[in-house]
Design a protein around this ligand. Structure first.
Ligand code: SF4
Ligand code: SF4
Length: 165
């Protein structure tokens, strides 16, 4: 190998090393810690959604699961969430094929679609401050399902949850 080829190879290896895991690994290749860190904690996936039976289109509502701590955007029953809320979807590398219903800002959906993480994502900005400033979380914009009758969900359809901004 010539000295020139060696330099090129070293440059490629070093640039690969410099790339963060969400750019250098597929979702399936990530460790569980890396996988968990992709979740920005926006809690938009905890919102109730309605599906148009004819078109299959998904509509988000501002009605949120009663187990969500709306201020912190934390699930208060995280370890029991599937038992308590059968509809609560736990994302894994195995069930990523149909993520079209996930919010457009969700890191799992973005990476699955070959897109980049947004600049406000905590992995890039280093904290949740940028995403809070970008108004990505549900805090202050939602109402608990405890106060809404199931038949009235349609009245609470919103257009901010699926945006990609
Ligand atoms: S929508 Fe995606 S990023 Fe937001 S809380 Fe749910 S899984 Fe995490
Ligand atoms: S159980 Fe927890 S994670 Fe699941 S929808 Fe409710 S608040 Fe969200």
């Amino acid at each position: 190998m010539s000295a020139y080829s060696l330099v090129i190879e070293e440059t490629i290896i070093s640039s690969q090393k410099a790339r963060p895991f969400w750019e250098s690994k597929s979702l399936a290749e990530m460790s569980s810690k890396e996988w968990e860190s992709l979740c920005d904690g926006c809690a938009k996936c905890c919102l109730h959604k309605l599906e148009d039976e004819d078109s299959g289109e998904i509509f988000y509502t501002r009605v949120v699961c009663s187990y969500l701590d709306q201020e912190k955007c934390n699930c208060t029953v995280y370890n029991k969430r599937q038992q308590l809320v059968p509809d609560c979807v736990i994302l894994t590398p195995e069930n990523l094929d149909d993520l079209s219903w996930m919010p457009g800002t969700c890191a799992y959906r973005l990476l699955h679609e070959g897109k980049s993480l947004p600049v406000w994502h905590p992995l890039i900005s280093g904290s949740r401050n940028a995403m809070i400033a970008a108004d990505i979380t549900v805090t202050g914009k939602v109402v608990s399902e405890e106060f809404i009758h199931e038949d009235g969900l349609e009245e609470h359809i919103i257009d901010w949850a699926n945006g990609q901004d």
